[in-house]
Design a protein around this ligand. Structure first.
Ligand SMILES: *[C@@H]1O[C@H](CO)[C@@H](O)[C@H](O)[C@H]1NC(C)=O
Ligand SMILES: *[C@@H]1O[C@H](CO)[C@@H](O)[C@H](O)[C@H]1NC(C)=O
Ligand SMILES: *[C@@H]1O[C@H](CO)[C@@H](O)[C@H](O)[C@H]1NC(C)=O
Ligand SMILES: *[C@@H]1O[C@H](CO)[C@@H](O)[C@H](O)[C@H]1NC(C)=O
Ligand SMILES: *[C@@H]1O[C@H](CO)[C@@H](O)[C@H](O)[C@H]1NC(C)=O
Ligand SMILES: *[C@@H]1O[C@H](CO)[C@@H](O)[C@H](O)[C@H]1NC(C)=O
Ligand SMILES: *[C@@H]1O[C@H](CO)[C@@H](O)[C@H](O)[C@H]1NC(C)=O
Ligand SMILES: *[C@@H]1O[C@H](CO)[C@@H](O)[C@H](O)[C@H]1NC(C)=O
Ligand SMILES: *[C@@H]1O[C@H](CO)[C@@H](O)[C@H](O)[C@H]1NC(C)=O
Ligand SMILES: *[C@@H]1O[C@H](CO)[C@@H](O)[C@H](O)[C@H]1NC(C)=O
Ligand SMILES: *[C@@H]1O[C@H](CO)[C@@H](O)[C@H](O)[C@H]1NC(C)=O
Ligand SMILES: *[C@@H]1O[C@H](CO)[C@@H](O)[C@H](O)[C@H]1NC(C)=O
Ligand SMILES: [Cu+2]
Length: 572
């Protein structure tokens, strides 16, 4: 009896599923899963005429794509079969109350050592669109990264025209030499890191590089269709301009939050940002280049000035007689083009679960600086005037501890970090003056965190300084999305600038690009308890100390309380 009943119910279920799938999206149509296995391992790859061993996940570069539905909780079994320490971060996933598997090495966990495993629970909440995952230990993220695609819930739809297909576009940087060696070398020498040798699109440098032409990434499209480009800038040190010859791009989402549609013939995307972009294949059937290259403004800062390409190929177009034309990309130093684009992005207030905070309890202003330390005795350093380059926030160059701050906070272990990251810089000077006294150049060293009470409404102004060189800094906060309420050049003026804030439709993002010799103001409500890293997403600045940590205390209710740690936290 019970057998037949079960069979009957199963048939009912299957037939209703079939009926549903003809009308609605189902989980299987999106190819989503709730369990993933990540094997971290060395794999040989050939690029730019030579073969080298790189660290990968499941042998892939870029790594596997994670596909989930809005609000899913998934598990990723990470198994380190490589020969170095590793951690994995779920970039832009807020992980409510669950900082344990967030990933940054010695901030929320000790690394997964060679041979070890860590089962990471990833809790999605309001994110929808494109995010990414990447390694968060030393420079391993150069090759250990991949896309995360978050689809609308079953029975709900996109806020824009349903795309015919989606096309992931992942930018990265490729070094001919071992990235660990590049890292070791510049930290040792005190100079800047060697620039990468290529920029890649989905793992391939493209036509303009040696030994790369036949492998160039191809995007096959049909005329008349609309495609959703899911763009990730996974480069280590490059903000990028990207454009497709003779086509427009319509941005509809940034950092897995939908935005008001914004059409442009190029984009500017910082490391840490992700974009959902509609692409209408509305031109003559032919071949068109997609191209990307650096936006870089630092005085005396070397950068990879090569151009990566992919080919957009219309179905039914014959092989072109000549090479397709390149799109017009803004100049490398075109700050106006970069910030015209970035500041044109507007949020969609309808989709916020909470509005822009209006009453602020904690005002912070933090300076972002490139600094120098004196060269250690009997060494010769390659920084300016024989010094050692460094970086800081609020004049503190962050020293990464050797035990993680989250466990130190949770288990009350002293000596790992200090409280009291200041709300204001110690010296107020003309931050963006053309020349600044050398006495300001050397920062303090420290592992200082900012403690926030649960529910605090925070306004944080990032102020770039012209110490050594003014630079654009993509600042990323873990555990939160924040509203970018203002941008400007020069020094932030606390009596004038807030009057021009956008409190109506600011974008809600996890990474903000602070303009060179300028500032950006963000707001968020501290309702995610835990230990959350905040840092520049240019890895050379991160390695030099441009970072700090927020500790958000528990609230009174259970919903505002940290979840317990998983049983398999990697030990130090
Ligand atoms: C990579 O190539 C090197 C040199 O050819 C070889 O010794 C090594 O076994 C290869 N590694 C893997 C993981 O295939
Ligand atoms: C989707 O909508 C259909 C029809 O309204 C409903 O029967 C079904 O339960 C919904 N599924 C989910 C997962 O909400
Ligand atoms: C970095 O560049 C210098 C100068 O070109 C070169 O001598 C050195 O070998 C490079 N280091 C690495 C790790 O590629
Ligand atoms: C791109 O957008 C501009 C401004 O909206 C419009 O004039 C132009 O025709 C568009 N080009 C294409 C190829 O769609
Ligand atoms: C790129 O940089 C190299 C070396 O720094 C330089 O020789 C070259 O002229 C630059 N190319 C462009 C297009 O700026
Ligand atoms: C950008 O570089 C070009 C060529 O090197 C130079 O002529 C121009 O003045 C620079 N523009 C800015 C805004 O620095
Ligand atoms: C965004 O807002 C629109 C309009 O209010 C709504 O239809 C849609 O479901 C919302 N999407 C998400 C992801 O919340
Ligand atoms: C100076 O160099 C010598 C020899 O390389 C080394 O033994 C010593 O520890 C160094 N001193 C300092 C202060 O680093
Ligand atoms: C290097 O030293 C000279 C002379 O003391 C000084 O004018 C210049 O500003 C210094 N540069 C840096 C980056 O420290
Ligand atoms: C700060 O420096 C800038 C750039 O040199 C200058 O234009 C401005 O007048 C200075 N501001 C003050 C208050 O001195
Ligand atoms: C940073 O702190 C050091 C040490 O107190 C000081 O010498 C330096 O002038 C400060 N720099 C700035 C920009 O505040
Ligand atoms: C790997 O992590 C362990 C635990 O924190 C640490 O003791 C060890 O020094 C790390 N290894 C390297 C090469 O950094
Ligand atoms: Cu930076």
């Amino acid at each position: 009896m019970s057998f037949y009943k079960e069979l009957f119910l199963q048939i009912l279920l299957i037939s209703s599923l079939i009926a549903l799938s003809s009308q609605f999206q189902t989980r299987s149509q999106f190819k989503t899963r709730t369990h993933y296995n990540f094997v971290v391992e060395e794999t040989n790859y050939t690029r730019l005429c030579s073969t080298k061993s790189i660290l990968t996940v499941n042998g892939k570069f870029p790594g596997p794509t994670i596909r989930v539905l809005h609000g899913d909780t998934i598990f990723v079994n990470v198994h380190n079969k490589g020969n170095q320490n590793i951690t994995i971060h779920w970039h832009g996933v807020k992980q409510p109350r669950n900082p344990w598997p967030d990933g940054p090495e010695y901030i929320t966990q000790c690394p997964i050592q060679p041979g070890e495993k860590f089962r990471q629970k990833v809790i999605f909440s309001e994110e929808e669109g494109t995010l990414w995952w990447h390694a968060h230990s030393d420079w391993t993220r150069a090759t250990v990264h991949g896309a995360i695609i978050i689809y609308p819930k079953i029975n709900s739809t996109y806020t824009f025209i349903k795309p015919y297909k989606e096309i992931p576009i992942i930018f990265a940087e490729w070094w001919k030499s071992d990235v660990n060696e590049v890292l070791r070398e510049f930290l040792q020498s005190g100079g800047g890191p060697n620039s990468s040798d290529a920029i890649t699109i989905n793992g391939q440098p493209g036509d303009l590089y040696p030994c790369s032409k036949s492998e160039t990434s191809k995007l096959t499209v049909e005329r008349g269709r609309t495609y959703l480009l899911r763009v990730v800038n996974a480069a280590m040190n490059l903000i990028l301009f990207m454009s497709i010859a003779k086509h427009n791009l319509t941005v509809v989402g940034v950092d897995a939050m939908y935005t008001k549609p914004m059409t442009s013939d190029y984009i500017c995307i910082s490391p840490g940002n992700t974009m959902d972009i509609l692409f209408h294949a509305n031109q003559e059937p032919d071949h068109y280049y997609m191209a990307a290259r650096a936006y870089s403004t630092g005085v005396g800062v070397a950068y990879d000035n090569t151009t990566t390409t992919a080919i957009v190929q219309y179905k039914g177009s014959s092989t072109p007689l000549s090479t397709p034309s390149l799109p017009n990309l803004p100049d490398y130093n075109d700050t106006t083009a970069a910030f015209d684009f970035i500041t044109s992005i507007r949020g969609k207030p309808d989709n916020y679960s909470h509005g822009v905070p209006k009453k602020i309890n904690t005002h912070m202003l933090t300076t972002l600086s490139i600094n120098t330390f004196p060269c250690p005795n009997n060494q010769s350093c390659e920084g300016p005037n024989g010094t050692k380059l460094a970086a800081s926030m609020t004049n503190i160059s962050f020293q990464t501890p050797t035990f993680d701050i989250l466990e130190a906070y949770y288990y009350h272990i002293n000596g790992v970090y200090k409280k009291g990251f200041p709300n204001l810089p110690p010296d107020i000077f003309n931050f963006t003056a053309d020349s600044l006294p050398l006495t300001l150049q050397t920062p303090k060293r420290g592992t200082k965190v900012k403690v926030l009470k649960y529910g605090t409404n925070v306004e944080l102004v990032f102020q770039d300084t012209n110490l050594i060189s003014g630079l654009d800094h993509p600042m990323h906060l873990h555990g939160y999305s924040f509203h970018v309420v203002g941008y400007g050049f020069g020094n932030f003026n606390k009596s004038k600038d807030p009057m021009n804030y956008n409190l109506v439709d600011p974008p809600l993002v996890n990474t903000v690009t602070v303009p060179k010799n300028g500032w950006a103001a963000i707001r968020f409500v501290a309702t995610n308890p835990g230990v959350w890293f905040m840092h520049c997403h240019l890895d050379r600045h991160l390695s030099w100390g441009m970072e700090t940590v927020f500790i958000v205390k528990n609230g009174k209710s259970l919903k505002g309380t940290l979840l317990p740690p998983p049983p398999d936290m990697p030990p130090c």
